[in-house]
Design a protein around this ligand. Sequence first.
Ligand code: Z5A
Length: 208
Amino acid sequence: MSGGRFVTLEGIEGAGKSTIAKFALAWLTRRGIPGRLTREPGGTPLAERVRQIVLERGAETLSPVAETLLMFAARELHLKNVIRPALERGEWVICDRFTDATRAYQGSGRGVDAQLIETLAAAVHPDLAPDCTLLLDLPVPLGLGRARAREAGAADRFEAETVAFFERVRAGYLELARRDPQRFQVLDAAAPLAAVEERVERALEALA
Ligand code: Z5A
């Protein structure tokens, strides 16, 4: 195979996605493969502004449906301005979160209707799905512990969520992976970083 690949990283907070995203980009560079790292919500100037809206804890209530619509608005901007052009140029796109995050966080976590999420996904990217999704899975207390050890400053709207919320998100992700084993690779993110990186390297090799 040659040409662009679309690789997404998923998992609960503190799973190690940002760490692994940088590792994946370094792997691509070593192999001489053109690649770019990006993230959701965000990845373009306007989509980063949407990110601020969904993460900040303001006085106004952001309903789960409004949150879902904002995630897809940011995703549409990101696809149009960054992801699709890069794939068309033959680059690999390593994306820290994508639509599976909406399924897990807004769907399983917040209880938004799965059919609404699939309708929006079909409208925004009817012809595009990740070639591979690396799900970094770990127990919720471990992920939250890592994230909280690292963070300074006030918690954002997601960081302020309960353990029960993140347990629903984790279960949602595992169910998505169970239903689509061809696309998902579930990695034990509680393992030492070197072991996680070795699994990621094998997954990327298989795509190259
Ligand atoms: N969200 C949503 O609800 N719906 C959507 O559709 C989308 C997103 C797209 C974005 O937050 C929020 O948006 C997210 C879901 C929601 N909120 N939550 N939760 P974000 O992108 O800013 O935050 P995050 O995705 O949760 O990332 P994070 O907290 O930065 O975690 P991470 O990137 O997975 O982890 P990390 O920064 O790479 O690692 C955390 C620490 O653990 C760090 O100190 C590492 O050095 C360490 N680490 C990593 N791996 C290991 C291993 N294997 N062993 C030991 N230590 C490790």
